[in-house]
Design a protein around this ligand. Structure first.
Ligand code: FMN
Length: 173
């Protein structure tokens, strides 16, 4: 399957038609450049949980709300329930290795990572360019993901060059 080079009406793809079309759907979504975050929380047993996520976005200023989506297949899926505390860690350009580490479902995901405890003991990853400390405001089903809406209680705006994700690759400005 070749990617469309222009909008001529003949090369558009129905993303649900077959496996190749689904792959092309993913590649198409990858054209949208994003920042990269790590969502952190605590399990009911008090263990640190976290995963790399680029589905983060702003939602509302008043009340202060953000959103992101979590895959049904993620081991962290049962965490991030309504009222649970969690944090958005916005990664800096030099945190690619950390993004890769938190994108793997391994038992000791936080090995070697410098952590501070935020509100409710939620892990904050040292060296990020911004932090948003939240509680889950709502959670909605969305196909093979759930949409998590976060109510933001505290932010840290540190600044610095962001880590960027585009076309399936990590980049920076
Ligand atoms: C750049 C990037 C962005 C990602 N964004 C998301 C996302 O928004 N939501 C999601 O559920 N998984 C996302 N993932 C995949 C998860 O990080 C990955 O499946 C992780 O292993 C899940 O951890 P867990 O199984 O321990 O919960 C992303 C991975 C990468 C590399």
């Amino acid at each position: 399957m070749t990617a469309a080079t222009e909008i001529d009406g003949s090369q558009g793809i129905d993303p649900a038609s077959d496996d190749a079309a689904r792959r092309e759907f993913r590649r198409t979504l990858g054209q949208f450049a994003t920042g990269v975050t790590v969502m952190t929380s605590l399990s009911p047993a008090g263990e640190r949980v976290g995963l790399t996520a680029n589905s983060f976005n702003s939602l509302s200023i008043d009340p202060p709300l953000i959103l992101w989506s979590i895959a049904n297949s993620a081991q962290s899926f049962e965490n991030f329930q309504v009222k649970d505390a969690f944090a958005v860690n916005v990664l800096s350009a030099d945190q690619e290795a950390l993004a890769r580490q938190l994108a793997q479902s391994t038992p000791d995901k936080f090995r070697g990572i410098d952590i501070r405890e935020g509100l409710s003991g939620v892990p904050l990853i040292v060296g990020c360019i911004a932090y948003l400390e939240c509680s889950v405001w709502a959670r909605y089903p969305g196909g093979d993901h759930d949409i998590v809406v976060g109510h933001v209680h505290r932010v840290f705006n540190i600044g610095n060059a962001p880590l960027v994700f585009h076309g399936g690759s990590f980049r920076s400005f």
